[in-house]
Design a protein around this ligand. Structure first.
Ligand code: APR
Ligand code: PHB
Length: 390
């Protein structure tokens, strides 16, 4: 098999990269370990930055997103039972769109199928070779047949548990990581949202988030132990804790059937550099952020937008400038987003420890500063809606 760009991973990063390359007349093959159904049903995040929405619309992927996505002009922050609003639109002129990641993936798969894109699902035994030569290739098995896919470039879009990051030699790769002493219990419930916008709550019991997917589907998160067994959270306990942590005078949280619940650990992670020879990492394969800033998908979009442009420049003009600058350009944004995601997490979660009372007073002070200072609120707002991408 032969293509111009071999893309490992068929999540949002890999699929969007394939689409962006196609628009530039560049051929690619996407190699995905899981089935299409599995990738599309994975419940993931749901907040798109203004820049992500603008890009998806510009490249012909905006129809369902604009029809079904929910534009939000702000979020609520809550400390115990005090709630304040951060008005993004008013402070920055920009908004966010709530539209599930699996909907983005569904739109991408549909568009690749319509355009005759090559997306191979359920591949196995994948390995990447000769990335420091001009003829890298990827070995894999598909439908019981062993294949060798030769390409000019390889894009590692295979997420945190993929294989591409490790292709960069240990002596070349530097990893930065912070593991948090808690995780998130994610809950999907068929009940209409009780709030028009997201609510991030810091309660004495711990963090809670009220998000949503549609007018009839709510999405919640509860801070819990990182290795919490799901059995420890029967539906009754989930609703009781959500009522406690999100409760505020005069407000009612509607309850309904819980259709999905799962615990995910929380970490900040960056692997540098994002390029080694003709291998380029993009998305979760290179970086993970705590979901408190809702940045994972948006960072992946930023990476592949840069990578597609760099590869297109090479084929159009022979210039390698974009590829040579790719890693540094992405890392500048990655670290800004890492800091924001860490800051949002540190302000809203309980870290325990001997100084937890001191910590909670600091968090209270930040909450009050955000309420009284337009400069402080604007700092949160401009990072949450996404700093300009160009
Ligand atoms: N071979 C082929 N595919 C693989 C391999 C492999 N060895 N290892 C992993 N994959 C696939 C996974 O099955 C997954 O579908 O790579 C894909 C990576 O997708 P994501 O993990 O979604 O990562 P990314 O595309 O970078 O998107 C980042 O997804 O996980 C969320 O919070 C994250 O919102 C962010 C977004
Ligand atoms: C979600 O809707 O899944 C969501 C929203 C905001 C976050 C994290 C997750 O910070």
């Amino acid at each position: 098999m032969r293509t111009q760009v071999a893309i490992v991973g068929g999540g949002p990063a890999g699929l969007l990269l394939s689409h962006l390359l196609h628009l530039q007349g560049i051929d690619s093959v996407v190699l995905e370990r899981r089935s299409q159904e599995y990738v599309q049903q994975r419940v993931r995040a749901g907040v798109l930055e203004q820049g992500t929405v603008d890009l998806l619309r510009e490249v012909g992927l905006g129809e369902r997103m604009l029809a079904e996505g929910d534009v939000h002009g702000g979020v609520y922050l809550q400390f115990d039972d005090e709630r304040q609003h951060i008005p993004f639109q008013e402070l920055t002129g920009r908004a966010i769109t709530v539209y599930g990641q699996q909907e983005v993936v569904r739109d991408l798969n549909e568009r690749r199928r319509r355009d005759g894109g090559q997306v191979l699902f359920e591949v196995s035994d994948l390995s990447v070779h000769d990335v420091t030569t001009e003829h890298p290739f990827v070995r894999f098995t598909h439908d019981g047949v062993d294949h060798e896919l030769r390409a000019d470039f390889v894009a590692g879009c295979d997420g945190f548990h993929g294989v591409c990051r490790e292709v960069i030699p240990a002596g070349v790769r530097t990893v930065y990581e912070r593991v948090y002493p808690f995780g998130w219990l994610g809950i999907l419930a068929t009940v209409s949202p009780s709030s028009d916008e997201l609510i991030y709550a810091n309660h004495a019991n711990g963090f809670a988030l009220h998000s949503m997917r549609s007018a009839t589907l709510s999405r919640f998160y509860l801070q819990c132990a990182p290795d919490e067994p799901i059995e420890a959270w029967p539906d009754e306990r989930i609703w009781a804790e959500l009522q406690t942590r999100l409760g505020t005078p005069g407000w009612t949280l509607r309850e309904g059937p819980i259709i999905d619940k799962a615990v995910t650990a929380m970490r900040s992670f960056v692997a540098e550099p994002l390029r080694h020879g003709r291998l380029f990492l993009a998305g979760d394969s290179a970086h993970i952020v705590p979901p408190t800033g809702a940045k994972g998908l948006n960072l992946a979009v930023f990476d592949v937008d840069r990578l597609a442009g760099a590869i297109a420049d090479f084929y159009r003009t022979g210039s390698t400038t974009g590829m040579d600058e790719y890693s540094a350009q992405c890392l500048r944004r990655v670290w800004r987003v890492q800091h924001f995601s860490w800051w949002m997490t540190s302000m809203t979660h309980h870290f325990g420890g001997p100084d937890q009372d001191f910590e909670r007073r600091l968090q209270r002070s930040q909450f009050d500063y955000l309420r009284t200072s337009p400069a402080a609120a604007t700092t949160l707002a401009e990072n949450y809606v996404g700093l300009p991408t160009r």
